[in-house]
Design a protein around this ligand. Structure first.
Ligand code: NAP
Length: 255
C-alpha cells in the first residue's frame, strides 16, 4: 500500500474511533490520521493503547490514546472529556467495538450473553454518541461498523448478526435525528482476517470456502474497511447520510 497517495481530506478534523488499537479500528484511525486528522484511539487495555499510539506517532500522526471499555460509563465519559480538553471539538466518531461471545443457537443463548451482545454491540454505540453529541461540529459525521452478517445472520453467529442488523436501523434512526448538522452512515464489512475472525480465517478449508463466496476471490483487508469509512466520514460523502456501504467483495447482502 502506497500511503503517500492518500489525500488530506481530514486536515483540521478531530476523529474518535472506538476499539481502535488493532484490526479494523486501528486501520481506520491510521487512515484518518494519514489524511490529516487528529485521532483518538482507545480500547480496554492500557498497553494496547500505548502500543497503538506509538505506531501512529511513528507515522507522523497526531494522536491521543485513552483507555475505554465501551460498556464502562466513566471510561466513555473520560474518552469524550479528554478529546475535548485536548482538541476542543469532535468532527468524526467511528463506533467500531463489538463482541461475539457465543456460537450457540439463539434459543440456547444464555441471558447474560444476550445482555453482553446488546450492551457492547448496540447500547454502547448509542451511549457514546449521547456523550459526544454536544461537541459534534456542523458538518460532522458518524460511522457505525456493522457487518454483512446483518442481512442474513449465519447460524454460527446468529445473535451477533442480529445485533448487527439492529445497527442498520440505528443508522437510519440516528441519521434522521442528527440531521442536518451530522451525517450518520454505516459500513458493513465482509470477512477480514483479524483476531476477531481468527476462528474462521485461520482454518485453511474455511478460509478457502469464504474466499470462494466472494466475487473477488479474497478476504477483505482492514485497509479496505478503512478506505470505505474514510470516504463516508469525509466531505466527499457530504450528500450521503442514512446509508449502509457493504464492503464484502460482492458477497450476497441486499439488492
Ligand atoms: P479485532 O481485530 O479483534 O480488534 C478488536 C479491537 O477492539 C481491539 O483493539 C480491542 O482491544 C478492542 N476491544 C475489544 N473489546 C472492546 C471493548 N469492549 N471496548 C473497547 N475496545 C474493545 O476486531 P475487528 O475484526 O477489527 O472488528 C472490529 C469491528 O468490525 C467489530 O465491530 C466487528 O463486529 C466488525 N466486523 C469484523 C469482521 C471481521 O471479519 N473481522 C467482519 C464484519 C464486521 P482491547 O483488547 O485492548 O480492548
Amino acid at each position: 500500500m502506497d500511503k503517500s497517495k492518500f489525500g488530506k481530506r481530514y486536515e483540521g478534523k478531530v476523529a474518535i474511533v472506538t476499539a481502535s488499537t488493532q484490526g479494523i479500528g486501528f486501520s481506520i484511525a491510521e487512515r484518518l490520521g494519514l489524511e490529516g486528522a487528529s485521532v483518538v484511539v482507545s480500547s480496554r487495555k492500557q498497553n494496547n493503547v500505548d502500543e497503538a499510539v506509538e505506531k501512529l506517532k511513528a507515522q507522523g500522526i497526531e494522536v491521543l490514546g485513552v483507555v475505554c471499555h465501551v460498556s464502562n460509563k466513566q471510561q466513555r465519559k473520560n474518552l469524550i472529556d479528554k478529546t475535548v480538553q485536548k482538541y476542543g471539538k469532535i468532527d468524526v466518531v467511528v463506533s467500531n467495538a463489538a463482541a461475539n461471545p457465543s456460537i450457540d443457537d439463539i434459543l440456547q443463548t444464555q441471558e447474560s450473553v444476550l445482555d453482553k451482545l446488546w450492551e457492547i454491540n448496540v447500547k454502547s454505540s448509542i451511549l457514546i454518541l449521547q456523550d459526544a453529541a454536544p461537541h459534534l461540529q456542523k458538518g460532522s459525521s458518524v460511522v457505525i461498523i456493522s457487518s454483512f452478517t446483518a442481512y442474513q445472520p449465519p447460524a454460527t453467529m446468529a445473535m451477533y448478526g442480529v445485533t448487527k442488523t439492529a445497527l442498520l436501523g440505528l443508522t437510519k434512526a440516528l441519521a434522521a435525528e442528527m440531521a442536518p448538522n451530522t451525517r450518520v452512515n454505516c459500513v458493513a464489512p465482509g470477512f477480514v482476517p483479524t483476531s476477531f475472525a481468527a476462528f474462521l480465517t485461520t482454518n485453511d478449508a474455511i478460509r478457502k470456502e469464504i474466499e470462494q463466496r466472494t466475487l473477488l476471490n479474497r478476504l477483505g483487508t482492514t485497509q479496505d474497511m478503512a478506505a470505505a469509512t474514510a470516504f463516508l466520514a469525509s466531505d466527499d460523502a457530504s450528500y450521503i447520510t442514512a446509508e449502509i456501504l457493504v464492503v464484502a467483495g460482492g458477497m450476497p447482502s441486499r439488492l
